[in-house]
Design a protein around this ligand. Structure first.
Ligand SMILES: Cc1ncc(COP(=O)(O)O)c(C=O)c1O
Length: 413
């Protein structure tokens, strides 16, 4: 008899069914287990608690909205004030001309939305053969249909039968690999190229200098839609609002989620350029036959607005800018440890420590994660590394605790 009926995502339930880690409370950058012990939330939960935990202002905004209008759909001509306000705010923040905003309930749905929209855009433009979607090896775009199909982490793709057809992966760090793929598939058969600005779940890879600018240029040269997956990078994590500003990118679409509400309620969406929206918005008879029941949910939108108020008022994107170096330094302090192969980071409040092949073969990654948790810091195994992405309110002192826990955990290994 197992002790739980809860099936955990991505978990080996054979092991987890009898060894769960129960979180019961959280405040600021700290979470608490069912025995009342505190842990520094070194990962901002799943990369999303940008404003930190326990913000009463967001709770009050959601409760007030629920008293007024808890929920109503936005299909057809229906709308509601919080969804309108949030769409306006995001469209004004995005570095995209005449932007429109399509809401979903999470990042994976945002990716499905952007991929379907890219294909249908070309169909409306009289080029229905432009269906191929390119993405990067090691990419993570969620676990929905499209996100699984264009994802680049092989383990996440296998055993599911035939995935979405007409997709291809290119090397994650080499813009020339995109150019070669375009030459072999033919630009006129390609709808879009998807890229995370900083690759997250694939192991935390900041872009090589010039890479994002180069792929954006290649896409523009070949009239291929450039879609930024800013699900992790948005809302201050790498500085600007939509996760693309520091590279001067102006994507055709930006997928977002996570930090838009800091996770207080589930929300995602796509900021769509005026160019991509045009055939749907400016020509009659072309509805985009796509959408989720809770798209434009007013309570979720009200929570997002309160969260964005905090991010703006406390200037948390600038704070992330200021803290990216201290975080990187805290991690590079263990780069000389014999169990460490590489430390990555320095772009946004994101970092990772990769273990040597020998340590990985010995199954050290989950052991190290648990050791560091026993030392009071939450970190996450990703690929060959342990990753960190603390709330943007984290202090330098707390960043010091992350570095210290890595050092002690590695020594104990
Ligand atoms: C870059 C990226 N895209 C998409 C997703 C999927 O988002 P969700 O889990 O909300 O479906 C994630 C989730 O971590 C992500 O990191």
């Amino acid at each position: 008899m197992s002790s739980t009926a809860l099936w955990h995502p991505f978990a080996d339930m054979h092991e987890v069914k009898n060894s769960q880690f129960c979180v019961t409370k959280a405040e600021g950058s700290w979470i608490y287990d069912d025995a009342g012990r505190g842990y520094l939330d070194g990962t901002a939960s799943l990369w999303y608690a940008n404003v930190g935990h326990g913000r009463a202002e967001i709770v009050e905004a959601a409760a007030a909205q629920m008293r007024e209008l808890e929920s109503y759909f936005v299909f057809n001509d229906f709308t509601n004030p919080p969804a309108e306000a949030l769409a306006t705010r995001l469209s004004e923040w995005a570095p995209i001309e005449d932007a429109k905003v399509f809401f979903t309930t999470g990042g994976g749905e945002a990716i499905d939305t952007a991929a379907k929209l890219a294909r249908q855009y070309w169909s409306q433009r009289g080029k229905p053969q432009r269906t191929n979607i390119l993405s990067r090896g090691n990419a993570y775009h969620g676990t929905n249909g499209m996100g699984t199909g264009i994802g680049g982490i092989e383990a996440n793709r296998s055993g599911f039968g035939t995935l979405v057809p007409e997709t291809a992966r290119v090397a994650h760090d080499d813009a020339e690999s995109l150019r070669s793929a375009i030459e072999s598939i033919g630009a006129d058969n390609i709808a879009a190229f998807f890229a995370e600005p900083v690759m997250g779940a694939g192991g935390l890879y900041p872009p090589e200098p010039g890479y994002l600018e180069a792929v954006a240029k290649i896409c523009a040269e070949h009239d291929i839609l450039f879609v930024a997956d800013s699900v992790i990078c948005g809302f201050g994590r790498v500085g600007g609002w939509l996760g693309v500003e520091r590279w001067g990118l102006q994507p055709d679409m930006i997928a977002f989620a996570k930090g838009v509400t800091s996770g207080y309620l589930p929300l995602g969406g796509v900021v769509v350029s005026g160019k991509v929206a045009e055939p749907f918005w400016e020509e009659p008879g072309h509805p985009f036959r796509h959408g989720a029941t809770y798209s434009g949910h007013p309570t979720v939108a009200a929570a997002a607005m309160a969260n964005l108020d905090i991010l703006e008022r406390e200037q948390l994107p600038s704070r992330a800018d200021a803290l990216e170096k201290p975080l990187h330094e805290a991690l590079t302090a263990v780069a000389d440890h014999p169990a460490v192969a590489e430390v990555r980071g320095g772009v946004g409040l994101l970092g990772a420590v990769e273990l040597t092949p020998e340590m990985l073969a010995d199954g050290a990654l989950p052991r190290l994660q648990k050791k560091i948790r026993e030392l009071g810091v939450i970190v996450r195994p990703l690929g060959k590394a342990l990753a960190v992405s603390p709330p943007l309110i984290v202090t330098e002192e707390e960043i010091g605790l992350i570095g210290k826990a890595f050092r002690e955990g590695l020594d104990e290994l």
